[in-house]
Design a protein around this ligand. Sequence first.
Ligand code: ADP
Ligand code: MG
Length: 151
Amino acid sequence: MAQRSVETTGPAETESLGAELAGALADGDVVLVRGELGSGKTTLVRGAARALGVSDPVTSPTFSIGHRYAAGALTVSHLDLYRLAGLEHEDPALLTDYLGPGRIAFVEWPQDTHVELAGARVHVSLSHGGGDRRRIEVHELPRALHGSDAS
Ligand code: ADP
Ligand code: MG
């Protein structure tokens, strides 16, 4: 699944796609999830998190930039950086608790200014397709070209 484009017709299908995507993820991976409000970013992350073993309800982070969920020996991080857009003087260490070894991270509304996210291995982009339809593009970078020591 290097690059694919699918259309889902309801939230359950988008969750399933997230679950499928989860099967290709490993410790340390970062997944950037882009798309307009209501396009299904959190829905996709919910499906992926469940498949990774998260049993807590996966909800949109509202009072913090992110949530961290236990998934067996791993932590699943779910960030929403929408409200950080344009914040020029944010704490540079803001994301460090959510990324790195022992974690798999999903980031909604990634900002170009977050250099920590430059090494993200998977990019997902969702768009509205009318009604309950959503167009979802998944671009996965090959692990071989993308070792954990990549800078
Ligand atoms: P975002 O995080 O992108 O703002 P959410 O996942 O929170 O979006 O919300 C998506 C909304 O759209 C939910 O209310 C969900 O039930 C609805 N929805 C309808 N069709 C779909 C679909 N095909 N995929 C995902 N969500 C859908
Ligand atoms: Mg969301």
